[in-house]
Design a binder for this molecule. Structure first.
Ligand code: FPP
Length: 249
């Protein structure tokens, strides 16, 4: 099905079929900046504005959870100056937008190895998590120093330890049990995964959680992603038939 890029009104969306959980791979910041003859870091800077825009709009549409891939365990391979810049972004982001996110009832969370980031970054993120924990609107989760395979290994270790301590039996280890021990714990299943910038990869993002998600790979570079793009990808999602392994009715 073809969806034009023209401005899409909210009326075009089926408000009874809004995805509960949308996960974004925020790709294309570097290319966006390069096109403007600017350093890659400028693209990341602009990319943070997109997070704010989409979180507020997703919240308004009634999306329950939005998870963004902010830094992968593999991103440490980048130049140290770029890594350091990304680690400073949470401070910039929360200084600018925490008040507004609070007012809009958004909860902040993170998944990943925050402890591997500088102390100041840890403090800023932990403070945002704490302050917003009383909210009950959209849960905005930052996958930060996150790797999907690592998450599965870490979860396995937690469960093995419980087994070793005789807290559980082998029969207790079900898919549901495993899922509840992942870093995403109580988040609803991901309905829609969007990767910007025309790359067709998962890059170790939420491999367990995306097992039954709908995928949209979009050409838009992340800093150009806005409310209209969000409406467009949700409309694509709504045009899909989800069968979860069943047959067409
Ligand atoms: C991928 O684009 C983007 C990233 C690795 C970093 C994204 C991070 C943010 C947008 C901000 C995070 C903000 C907070 C608050 C934690 P790329 O650099 O790979 O783009 P390219 O493929 O065009 O080079």
């Amino acid at each position: 099905m073809f969806f034009s890029k023209k401005k899409r009104k909210i009326d075009d969306l089926d408000m009874n079929n809004i995805p509960k959980h949308i996960a974004f791979i925020m790709d294309g910041n570097g290319r966006w900046a390069k096109k403007r003859k600017m350093p890659r870091t400028y693209g990341h800077h602009e990319g943070t504005k997109t997070i704010r825009t989409l979180a507020l709009e997703a919240n308004r549409l009634g999306v329950k959870a939005m998870t963004v891939y902010a830094f992968s365990t593999e991103n440490f391979k980048r130049e140290a100056s770029e890594v350091e810049y990304i680690f400073r972004l949470p401070k910039e982001f929360f200084n600018l937008y925490l008040k507004e996110l609070m007012e809009n009832n958004v909860q902040i969370r993170y998944i990943g190895h925050l402890e591997k980031s500088p102390k100041e970054t840890q403090e800023i993120i932990n403070e945002a998590v704490k302050k917003t924990s009383i909210n009950n609107g959209l849960i905005l989760t930052f996958a930060f120093i996150y790797g999907g395979r690592d998450e599965i290994v870490e979860t396995t270790k937690i469960i093995c330890q419980k087994y070793k301590n005789n807290e559980i039996s082998l029969d207790d280890i079900t898919e549901d049990y495993f899922e509840r021990h992942l870093m995403t714990e109580d988040l609803p299943p991901v309905d829609l995964m969007v990767r910007s910038s025309g790359e067709y990869r998962l890059s170790n993002f939420l491999p367990w959680q995306l097992a039954y998600a709908e995928f949209v790979f979009d050409d838009t570079l992340w800093p150009d992603f806005d409310e209209n793009e969000l409406h467009r990808v949700i409309a694509i999602y709504q045009g899909r038939e989800r069968r979860f392994g069943g047959v067409k009715k």
